[in-house]
Design a protein around this ligand. Structure first.
Ligand SMILES: Cc1cc2nc3c(=O)[nH]c(=O)nc-3n(C[C@H](O)[C@H](O)[C@H](O)COP(=O)(O)OP(=O)(O)OC[C@H]3O[C@@H](n4cnc5c(N)ncnc54)[C@H](O)[C@@H]3O)c2cc1C
Length: 544
């Protein structure tokens, strides 16, 4: 059946059973290039009750995006029947639009196995194997883990090897049952020469760890790594290290660094060769230069008890960055931090992007954290914004689990509050899959980026997208430099769009980042930890 572009059907009135309702339909693309899934925006006339839809049962807005699957399309005997078919899908047979969960699960398993087979073997990465052993050692002993974190925290401030070794020995002395390699290291610290050797080894270890996660001290130093990734079919997002500023001048300096990074990165990226898969999806061109920023670094006034203060102060620095990104055709992504700043960050981003001056750019995005119990409501607010603003290019939503789990748990327990995060990893992973589906169901009003190193979470996103008729080019997978390198290569090998988050900055600025990554990597509930311990693929890919 050949259908004309939906715009030609847009003005057709539809009478449904019961009250007469009038809809207009529109889509971004003609059917011919849509693939099997067609996105239709159904707009109800003012004051008319909105039709229910299984994908977004709780939404209350007047405009709603609806998915029409192949099955619905088959009901159309002629192009003119298309809109009545939409009405039937939303009223009469809502269940026909619900995807087949068994098929999605089977696809998830298949994709997971294919990606696992493409992961480089540990033997090709001897240094990585040593890192993994060190992390295993740390995660097996909580006291040792705490001591090593304290050491990593102070290491950049140490002035000599002797100083480094003294700190290391001091922290390790608090570990009651130190494993054999650690006890041996402690013994050599009794002499000045021994301390110098231990200090050199420790400094080297910290530097090596930092280089695993941080691509360079400056953008020009990082340019080679970013260009190398691009050549191998991997896009990047640059994160300028530095968080939680305490003075206005620090915030000004961070904003100035971000502004120059946008310029420098755009200049560097202009020299990269063409990579069509990384530069376009069905909503249009994708910027090569992509920078992630933190609101806590753009203002010293971010406080949970007065979110407006931080939001307005950060806006003064974020607005010029958005203008610079628009002029350069770059993408600006706003990271999400701990829960106490979420309200300020969310309202800041949505308010700025609603302004008429930003309605046609730049490309911009925010982050949704699936570990939060109320993340569904946050997604509701984001969807409402995306549908009502109809901004181009579409807002990018990066779905993550959340990097501040320990912090949120401890903070809420200390204050006697109910925990805002899921306390079971399986609940968090299940919610991640539910949110993945809702984001992909939202259609072209959003661009979806799934940020995870968990093979199951990533495979489910790819499977859900395909099973509901989406195109691979409309789904981006994101990983962190140093944690997701193997997965990144496996995804690129399968011609899937992958973007690696690449921190740039010095070690002192990077310490908070480094400790968070180490915490994540040594957590007992971490997917990467389970994978490194050799847990069977069946278990790694099991539905949460
Ligand atoms: C490109 C990229 C950008 C990112 N940007 C951000 C950002 O802006 N803001 C942010 O907060 N995070 C961000 N993250 C980090 C992310 O939130 C995760 O911490 C990280 O990716 C680990 O999740 P995973 O799916 O890879 O691994 P998994 O091992 O599957 O999941 C680990 C995560 O599960 C959650 N978890 C662990 N234990 C439990 C438990 N007992 N109960 C419930 N939940 C638990 C935690 O969130 C933990 O980080 C980003 C990650 C990537 C890849």
């Amino acid at each position: 059946m050949i259908l004309p572009p939906v715009e030609t059907l847009g003005a057709r009135p539809v009478q449904t059973a019961g009250a007469a309702r009038r809809f207009t339909a529109a889509t971004r693309r003609p059917f011919a290039t849509c693939g099997p899934r067609v996105w239709v925006t159904v707009t109800c006339e003012a004051g008319v009750e909105e039709p229910p839809h299984p994908a977004t049962p709780a939404a209350t807005t007047a405009t709603r995006a609806m998915t029409v699957t192949t099955r619905d399309m088959l009901w159309c005997s002629s192009p003119a029947d298309f809109l009545p078919a939409v009405a039937r899908a939303s009223y009469g047979s809502a269940m026909s639009t619900v995807p087949d969960t068994d098929a999605i699960e089977a696809q998830t398993q298949r994709i997971g196995r294919e990606l696992a087979a493409a992961l480089p073997s540990a033997s090709r990465h001897p240094v990585r194997a040593v890192d993994t052993r060190a992390m295993e050692l740390a995660s097996s002993n909580q006291e040792l883990k705490a001591a090593l974190f304290r050491f990593v925290d102070v290491a950049p401030a140490c002035h000599s090897l002797d100083d480094l070794a003294r700190h290391l020995v001091g922290f390790l002395a608090e570990v009651d049952d130190a494993p054999v390699p650690i006890s041996a290291a402690m013994r050599i610290a009794g002499t000045k020469a021994g301390r110098a050797a231990l200090g050199a080894a420790a400094a080297g270890g910290v530097r090596h760890m930092a280089h695993r996660f941080i691509v360079g001290e400056t953008l020009s130093a990082a340019g080679g790594v970013l260009g190398g990734l691009w050549e191998r079919g991997v896009a990047s997002s640059v994160d300028l290290l530095g968080e939680a500023t305490v003075t206005a001048s620090e915030a000004d300096a961070y904003a100035a660094r971000c502004s120059s990074a946008l310029g420098d990165l755009s200049a560097i990226a202009r020299r990269w060769p063409g990579r069509p898969a990384l530069e376009r999806d069905s909503a249009g061109p994708l910027p090569r230069a992509n920078v992630s920023v933190k609101v806590s670094a753009l203002t010293p006034l971010l406080r949970p008890d007065s979110p407006e203060l931080g939001r307005d102060d950060a806006a003064r620095r974020l607005v010029p960055l958005l203008r610079t990104a628009r002029e350069l055709g770059a993408h600006l992504h706003i990271d999400m931090e701990s829960l106490d700043s979420r309200e300020a960050v969310l309202s800041l981003v949505l308010e700025l992007l609603s302004r008429p001056e930003f309605s046609r750019g730049p490309s911009a995005g925010l982050v949704l954290q699936a570990y939060l119990r109320d993340s569904t409501e946050t997604l509701g607010a984001i969807l409402e914004f995306a549908r009502s603003s109809a901004r181009t290019p579409p807002l990018v939503v990066r779905l993550v689990k959340g990097a501040y789990w320990d912090h949120e748990l401890v903070q809420s327990q200390q204050h006697g509050w109910s925990t805002p995060v899921y306390e079971s990893k399986a609940d968090c992973d299940r919610n991640f899959e539910v949110l993945t589906a809702r984001l992909l169901d939202a259609g072209p009003v959003l661009r979806v980026a799934i940020a995870s190193h968990n093979l199951r979470s990533v495979s489910h996103a790819i499977a859900y997208n395909r099973a509901t008729g989406g195109l691979d080019e409309d789904l981006e997978i994101q990983v962190l430099r140093g944690l997701g390198d193997e997965l990144q290569d496996a995804l690129a090998t399968h011609a899937l769009r992958v973007r690696t988050y690449c921190p740039v900055g010095n070690m002192v600025a990077g310490m908070a980042y480094l400790v968070r990554r180490l915490l994540e990597n040594t957590s007992n509930d971490s997917f990467l930890q389970a994978q490194a311990q050799g847990v069977a693929l069946d278990q790694l890919l099991a539905a949460p």
